[in-house]
Structures are given as structure tokens and as C-alpha cells.
Design a protein around this ligand. Structure first.
Ligand code: DON
Length: 337
């Protein structure tokens, strides 16, 4: 063995220099979360504003087709519960599928996780949100994030008539501390009169013995999807599940570490539907989208993010919303992985 074998070659020195340079550049790019400000959010929002042109506003629920495609908002509730907003933060939109995580929290708190997941799976999916998936084979929905599982979830909440819906509405009002929140009746009527695919799933699950009630239960699902809120409200919802179901102002009435873990795990594996796997790779955070253009994100143990931009990509997720989240997560190095 020659004597100079332990001396680095010129090539090795170059590689080491390149790697350390890259580390420095990377370190400069990621910022401390204490520096989050409205200015940071505004610049990310402006950079991604035009992504709405790559998407399309949902119109399979006719009333949703009336949304302003150019509206955009970005909100963060930081670790200390402080709210940072940018864009059209007062613009209201319907939460749609984001309501599914609230319904799941309520039913699991009432019935226990085992009783709920006896009737549906914990599976991820490569299918769109309104797919019948294995209702025809195993008879059970894949998970509570897709429409079938969510319709079943709401039907399992105790109470007659619209009581289950009112529980969901009250919980959204509690988490956001916004008692003005209500549902949009036009969107509700619009979905009720056109939601035949969901109606089909409802009756198939009734046929399979999973659902025992009548269409009032499906109406509760349509109503919960029509609850109207803002990006700030979504950020508060994201914060709540990121912090063991403790509210952004520190109120711990519903504190429950296990429920928060369950909800976030479902958000991670199915919250963005068939895009969830790729999203876990690029963003790496529990998130839930809705066809109203909102996405709620939980940064476990830290913060909540809420975005809004109604033009959707082919998976039914907000296009500009996704890109704002992606930039924010990169800037503050927030991916779980
Ligand atoms: O049931 C539906 O089709 C809508 N109310 C909710 C779907 C939805 O938000 C899917 N999310 N991206």
C-alpha cells in the first residue's frame, strides 16, 4: 500500500468542496419558523398566483362553478398560535371534503376507533375521491377521506335529523373560534339536487348493511360540505390537529393525542386522494383538500396552514394552493421526512 493512500485526491477535494458549498446554500435557503411573517406569505402567494391558469374551477356541483377563479389566500397559524395572512383572507368558500376530518373526529370520539374502522378501511388509494372503489367487492369503503367513507362516517354520528350536521358545524365554530360560520344553502341545494353518484354510494352501503338510516343522513354530508369559511379558518383547523386537538388560543377542551394522530395519518395517506403518495414525497405533511379550492395542512407539533384558490388540478386539489404550500414547506424545511 503506498504511503499517500490516505491523502485526498484532487477529485475528492473538489467533491467535498461542492458538497459543503451545497450545504451552505441549502442552509441559507431554509429559514427559521420564527421569521414567518405576512411579508413571507405575500411573496410566496405572488410567486404562485398564476397557477390558477393551470386548473379549473369545479362545476360538477353547479353552484361551485360560480367561484372567482382568481381569488387566492394564504394563512398560517404559527407555533405560538399567532395568525399570519396574505391575499383574499376574507373571501369565504365551502370547505367540501375538508369537513371529512371534523366528522371523523366526532364519530371516533363517540363510538371509538375500532367500531368505526370495523366498517371501513385505513387504505390509501390510487382512485379519485368519488370512486366506488371496493364497495362492490369487500363491501366497505377504502378510507374515511374518500366520499364513500365520509358519507358512512357522517351517517354513524349519533342523533336524529340534522343533529349530526349541527355537531360538525359546532365543532368547526369551536376550532376556529368563529361563531359566524354557517353553511351555504345554495351550494347545499345544488349538491343535493345533482349528487347522484354520492346517492348511489349511500344506497350501496345501505344495501351492504353499513348504513341503517334514510337520506337525511346523506343530506347531513351535503350540508357539512357546504360549510363556508376562510383560509384563516383552515389554518386554525390544521393547527388543531397538529397540536393534539388543542385550539390555536390554547383551549384544551378536546385535547386528544390519539385522535389527532389518527386524523393526521388519514390526511397523510388519503387527504389528497390519488395524489397523496406524490404529495407525501414533495410536501410531506398531513393535508386535506376540498373541491371548494381549500387545503388545510398540519405541521405536527408546530403549526397550521390554510390555502385557498378555486382552480383545481386533475385530482381535485387546488393548483395554486399546492404550489404555495410546496414553496412554504421548502422555505422553512417543514417536511416530516
Ligand atoms: O361529495 C363531493 O363530491 C363534494 N361535496 C366533496 C368532494 C371534495 O371536496 C373532494 N376534494 N377534493
Amino acid at each position: 500500500m503506498s504511503k499517500n493512500v490516505f491523502l485526498p485526491s484532487a477529485k475528492a477535494i473538489c467533491i467535498a468542496a461542492f458538497l459543503s458549498l451545497n450545504t451552505v446554500v441549502y442552509a441559507q435557503k431554509t429559514a427559521d419558523i420564527s421569521t414567518i411573517s405576512e411579508k413571507t406569505l405575500s411573496s410566496i402567494l405572488e410567486k404562485n398566483r398564476s397557477y390558477y391558469t393551470e386548473g379549473k374551477v369545479a362545476d360538477y356541483i353547479p353552484e361551485l362553478g360560480k367561484m372567482d377563479a382568481q381569488a387566492i389566500a394564504f394563512s398560517v397559524v404559527d407555533k405560538n398560535g399567532k395568525i399570519h395572512n396574505a391575499g383574499d383572507v376574507h373571501k369565504k368558500f365551502t370547505m367540501q371534503s375538508i369537513s371529512k376530518i371534523i366528522a371523523l373526529m366526532i364519530v371516533v370520539s363517540e363510538k371509538g376507533e375500532a367500531n368505526v374502522f370495523d366498517k371501513m378501511g385505513y387504505f390509501g388509494t390510487d382512485k379519485p375521491f368519488n370512486h366506488f372503489s371496493n364497495l362492490e367487492t369487500t363491501g366497505k369503503p377504502l378510507n374515511p377521506m374518500m366520499n364513500a367513507g365520509a358519507i358512512l362516517t357522517t351517517s354513524l354520528i349519533s342523533g336524529e335529523g340534522e343533529k349530526p350536521f349541527l355537531k360538525i358545524l359546532d365543532m368547526v365554530r369551536y376550532i376556529t373560534k368563529n361563531h359566524a360560520i354557517d353553511y351555504n344553502k345554495s351550494v347545499y341545494e345544488s349538491e343535493k339536487s345533482t349528487g347522484h353518484r354520492n346517492r348511489g354510494m349511500f344506497y350501496l352501503m345501505k344495501n351492504n348493511g353499513l348504513i341503517s338510516g334514510n337520506e337525511e343522513q346523506l343530506d347531513n354530508y351535503f350540508r357539512q360540505c357546504s360549510i363556508e369559511l376562510t383560509a384563516e379558518d383552515l389554518a386554525k383547523i390544521g393547527y388543531f390537529f397538529a397540536n393534539q386537538c388543542v385550539r390555536f388560543d390554547g383551549d384544551s377542551t378536546y385535547k386528544n393525542e390519539e385522535v389527532a394522530k389518527l386524523i393526521q395519518s388519514q390526511m397523510l395517506i388519503a387527504g389528497m386522494y390519488e395524489f397523496s403518495g406524490e404529495y407525501a414525497r414533495t410536501v410531506g405533511l398531513p393535508s386535506k383538500s376540498g373541491v371548494g379550492g381549500g387545503i388545510a395542512v398540519s405541521v405536527p407539533g408546530k403549526m397550521g396552514i390554510g390555502v385557498f384558490s378555486p382552480a383545481l388540478d386533475q385530482h381535485g386539489n387546488s393548483s395554486a394552493g399546492y404550489h404555495m404550500i410546496l414553496d412554504f414547506v421548502k422555505q422553512y424545511d417543514l417536511s416530516l421526512f
